[in-house]
Design a protein around this ligand. Sequence first.
Ligand SMILES: [Zn+2]
Length: 339
Amino acid sequence: MEASSRGNVYVKQNGHWVIASGGYDAGGGVLDSARERGSAIGTTENYNERMVSIQIVLDMNKMQLLPLPFLRNIQGTGQQRKTNESVSSALEKLQFEEYANQYRQFMYCLEFYRSLIKHKSHRISGTVQKHVCNMLEQMTSTAISLELFVPSLKQTLRDVHDCLRDKEQEMIGSKAMRRKHQDMVSNCLVRVSNFQYTQKEEDGTLSLMDLPKECLINILKKLEKPRDIINVALTCSTLEVIAMDTEVWESMCFHHFSDKEICDYVGHMELYSVNWVEVFKFCLKKSKVLKTCYGDELVVCNNCRGVCWRRVGHDCISNEVLPSFTALSPADFLNLLNL
Ligand SMILES: [Zn+2]
């Protein structure tokens, strides 16, 4: 099955539309000449040319100006062909409904919904508002039953609740519908606020504190937020010592900051004398942003410019080129929706 739009030919693969030939125009002359050469010397060369060109335009600033094939849903043929770029069809294709309740993608979807409501609530249709509220309701049930993600979910629900209340007048849809959505989010907030973790029963099985110190350090090194490490330190004196271990904070520094930022502080020091908690404070003061890691995230394929979940993958149009991806943060993805 094929369809063409703006000079690009799309083929349908596993329910997704991807470009079969040609490239995007944002690169200007580079792409145009690449397309001509590509079509003259064969498909493989065409893919290669396009891949190089796309890498040139895959600068994050410029990328926001580019349209994306996976967000373009072409239905029908001939005169009946219509292009639908709605947010709901993009979310449907990327299976947000399914993945938002899975623990790898949960935090990414949560952050996306939070940004969507916070920054674009006045631009989204009633269908998308309904989708977000339904998903938040389902995610509340998931978080409570798994006893995971509850603090983040609570914060998001609070933000969404405040936005729906404060921006009610600007939002699309009837008053009754907007009220219904507010009530749904309020109910979720009440459920999450009343949630309590189940006390672990003394059943003789191993608990966290039975693990050797090295294992506990390795577990703490997987935490990405300094606040989480501080919270662990507050639980008991044993964990306080482990949470303040220099290895944990060294790993935090290299996770969040570049080598250069770290070198600015430790460049003149002997390695054994470095206080990594101080390095962390110094770098944080300078850069003011911490990286966020997700169990899974949306990525743009550099070969076909399709968007997919990194761990789920996709059928790339080019099997000869090794797949390479550019990560999309929830904010990047929101920008691509062009609301
Ligand atoms: Zn691809």
